[in-house]
Design a protein around this ligand. Sequence first.
Ligand SMILES: [Zn+2]
Length: 76
Amino acid sequence: MSLELRTYRTARKAKRCDMHGCYRTIQRGDRYLRTSLPPQVDPNSSDHWWSLNVCAGCMSPEDRERTQRRDEIGGA
Ligand SMILES: [Zn+2]
């Protein structure tokens, strides 16, 4: 099990994708993945949380499929 938190969101405003080497912008209304990694959990050796916004183009196919569903609040 990974300690990484993953949430699928709809952008309320445009934001940059944080994946290395990706210069795409997540547009308002686009679905995107937000991942958060706690401090001291590999590969985050810092003392603060890492949070990354991941555009659809950088997601795995599995994430891309999941993120197209309705918000997963409350479970299926
Ligand atoms: Zn990207």
